[in-house]
Design a protein around this ligand. Structure first.
Ligand code: UD1
Length: 339
């Protein structure tokens, strides 16, 4: 049985589907602070299997320990549960440290006590800051975080590293996600931000659907071919599949050391304006947008070197930008029609 913390969230729910498709039994825990229990029904609709579910806040240490007592079959943990809004983290840093670091400490302590020693962690390309050399490899230096959110990812990696040094039986992989976008092909699960989206693609789909009057593009005076920022946008199902291969690597003892890192991206840099143009092309819609000033804290450009994930995990992004943006649009339309 695989425990997925935050398994009803955006990346968590897609990973639960892929884990089930690969034959794993899945237990989800979530405090539903940024997601909905209905997602469990939707996962069942997609896979035909209902995952186990416990409503649990990982900040509650006692209940986290009880969980491992109740489910002695847990053999590995994929840890998604965390707060993720960069701007909010600047406003509420203590909440972010408590949520993201407190939860990590509790889950690791529970794992140690119950001898469950396989761990996959959701890290982020945010740890690289603005790299001097592109694409970034796993060996690129980490840079001081721009936000408390980013700092929680750095600190979390360090905590896992220190634990891995102290306990050689503990086996961990950190996946450094680039920018996850898109939705499951069924249109039943996808990204569902609370309130006004911070991230680009949900803002694009909500604008196209008429929920937002216009998209603001943050800056066209960057040192990039079209002046807008560049990111590496990775399809969420491809990303979910990276977790499945990471789990299998740990369970099959194929890992080379007891804490490994992998970049999970496409290896291609795409600009904000290219996202808009590609979205318009695949949906045949005109998007209302304007270019405004830069957003504080944005880096200019980043994309991944993915050969390590390719060689070691046997993983490579499969889905192209066109189908990924179409899946995001399909999800937005499906969701709005039924809610
Ligand atoms: C940020 C975080 C990343 C985190 C991710 C998910 C940093 C540096 N990055 O990524 O770690 O995993 O959020 O929450 O902390 N844009 C617009 N208009 C909008 C929204 C975005 O032009 O309305 C542009 C941004 O300037 C950026 C690109 O779109 O160039 C992507 O932005 P976004 O989706 O917010 O992701 P990141 O900031 O790259």
């Amino acid at each position: 049985m695989i425990l997925t913390t935050g398994g009803t969230g955006y990346i968590g729910s897609h990973t639960v589907v892929e884990l089930q498709k690969a034959g794993f039994e899945v237990l989800i825990i979530d405090n539903l602070s940024n997601s909905n229990a209905e997602i469990i029904d939707r996962i069942e609709q997609i896979t035909g299997i209902r995952p186990f579910f416990e409503l649990l806040d990982l900040k509650n240490k006692e209940k986290t320990f009880d969980l491992f007592k109740k489910y002695p079959k847990i053999e590995a943990v994929v840890h998604f549960a965390a707060s993720k809004a960069v701007g909010e983290s600047v406003q509420k840093p203590l909440m972010y440290y408590e949520n993201n670091i407190g939860s990590l400490l509790n889950i690791l302590q529970a794992m140690e006590k119950y001898h469950c020693l396989h761990f996959v962690f959701s890290s982020s390309c945010t740890v690289y800051g603005q790299p001097d050399i592109l694409p970034v490899t796993e060996k690129s230096i980490r840079q001081p975080a721009e936000s408390p959110y980013g700092n929680t990812k750095m600190i979390s990696e360090d905590i896992i590293k220190d634990f891995a040094v102290s306990n050689k039986s503990f086996q961990a992989i950190a996946l450094r996600y680039f920018n996850p976008i898109g939705a499951h092909e069924s249109g039943l699960i996808g990204e569902l931000p609370n309130g006004i989206p911070n991230n680009l693609v949900p803002f694009v789909t909500q604008t196209a659907f008429g929920l937002r009057p216009k998209l603001s593009i943050f800056g066209n005076d960057y040192n990039t071919p079209d002046g807008s920022c560049i990111r590496d946008y990775i399809n969420v199902v491809d990303l979910a599949q990276a977790h499945v291969v990471a789990i299998k690597r740990l369970l099959d003892n194929k890992n080379k050391n007891n804490f490994e890192f992998f970049n999970i991206g496409t290896g291609k840099g795409i600009s904000v304006l290219e996202i808009v143009k590609t979205f318009e092309k695949v949906t045949d819609l005109k998007l209302n947008y304007e270019i405004i000033g830069r957003r504080i804290g944005d880096i200019e450009k980043i994309w991944a070197e993915t050969s390590l994930a390719n060689e070691e995990l046997g993983w490579k992004a499969q889905r192209n930008l066109e189908e990924t943006l179409l899946s995001a649009w399909n999800w937005e339309c499906n969701y709005r029609k039924t809610n």
